[in-house]
Every structure is written in structure tokens, then in C-alpha cells.
Design a protein around this ligand. Structure first.
Ligand code: S3P
Length: 178
């Protein structure tokens, strides 16, 4: 049976990729991690793509992938944090998908990413300030587009998975006909 895709959205460093991997194993559904997919297609890291072609080019690759995902079903999709910058992406992802927002706060995110240097947008002197600024720009999109919101700031991965599975079941029961 074709099932709705489970789409993880949220800021960088909240754990979308790790949660996506676990959900994929638990539910035996294919994982599509948009950053990993784009890196494999381009044979370059996200940082190299930003450096060589710029952010707009990367956003174009994200857009193409979201278009193709509108046709797919029964997948787990872990998105890059900026996917919400384009409303068409969300429209495409919502076709046959449940949008799950993993919510956290700038301080927690800065802590999670304290040793990380792989995010081109966060290669700045004051990471916390940059995260806070980007979050202020983006938070209302994450909230608005979400079908389910899970606050992951004070819980571990097991609890996150339990809550997602519980909320998805409720959502599926309430939306059986569409
Ligand atoms: C980005 C998030 C990154 C990656 C790119 C841009 C963003 O993905 O797509 O560095 O604009 O928030 P993660 O959310 O997986 O870190």
C-alpha cells in the first residue's frame, strides 16, 4: 500500500538526518536525505556547491528534487533547513506527505553545532547570533507549514521517534480520506 511520505523539516542541527535514518530503519521505508542526494548527484559537498556555484544554484537543485518527490510515496524525507525558503517546495512535499517540524532553539542548536564546520551559512565568528537571525527569518514558515510539531530541545532520539510515531498515527486517523 502506498503511504504518505514523512517529511522532516527544521533548522540546521536539530537532528533531521539522524531521526530520518532511524525512522527509515524502523518503518522499512527508503530514506531520501535532500542534502545527501544533492551531494551524490553533484559529486561535491554542500560547501563546495555553495563555493563553486553559489546559494541560488543550490536552491535550484533543492527545488528540482522537491518537484520529483511530489510523485513519490512511502518515503522518509530529511530536508535541508532552508527548504522552506521556497513555498513551491512545501507545496510539492505536501502532495502525499506529512510535514513534521523538529523544533529547537538557537542556544541548543549552537551547542549541537559547536564543532561543526560543514554548514556554509554558519561559517561566521558568532554562530549563535547568525542562528538567531536565521531562525527569526524562518521560524514562522516552519510553524506554518508543519502538520506536526515536535519540540526536540529537551528530549533524546528515542523519545523523538516515539513522539513522531504517535503523532503520525493520530494524523493518519484524522485524515483517512485525503
Ligand atoms: C541549510 C541547511 C543545510 C544545507 C545547507 C543550507 C540552510 O542542511 O542544506 O547548508 O539553509 O538551513 P541541514 O539542515 O541538514 O544542516
Amino acid at each position: 500500500m502506498q503511504k504518505r511520505n514523512l517529511i522532516l523539516i527544521g533548522f540546521m542541527g536539530v537532528g533531521k538526518s539522524s531521526v530520518g535514518k532511524e525512522l527509515s530503519l524502523m518503518l522499512k521505508r527508503e530514506l531520501i536525505d535532500t542534502d545527501t542526494y544533492i551531494e551524490a548527484k553533484m559529486r561535491m559537498s554542500i560547501s563546495e556547491i555553495f563555493e563553486s556555484f553559489g546559494e541560488p544554484y543550490f536552491r535550484g537543485l533543492e527545488r528540482e528534487l522537491c518537484q520529483s518527490l511530489s510523485e513519490r510515496r512511502s518515503k522518509i524525507v530529511a530536508t535541508g533547513g532552508g527548504i522552506i525558503k521556497n513555498a513551491d517546495n512545501i507545496e510539492n512535499l505536501k502532495q502525499g506527505g506529512i510535514i513534521i517540524y523538529l523544533k529547537s532553539y538557537p542556544e541548543n542548536i549552537a551547542y549541537n553545532l559547536r564543532y561543526d564546520n560543514s554548514r556554509p551559512l554558519l561559517r561566521v565568528d558568532n554562530k549563535l547570533k547568525k542562528i538567531s537571525e536565521l531562525m527569526a527569518e524562518r521560524e514562522h514558515y516552519y510553524n506554518e507549514y508543519a502538520d506536526i510539531i515536535i519540540d526536540v530541545s529537551n528530549i533524546g532520539i528515542r523519545e523523538t521517534l516515539d513522539r513522531i510515531l504517535g503523532e503520525v498515527e493520530v494524523y493518519e486517523n484524522e485524515n483517512q480520506d485525503n
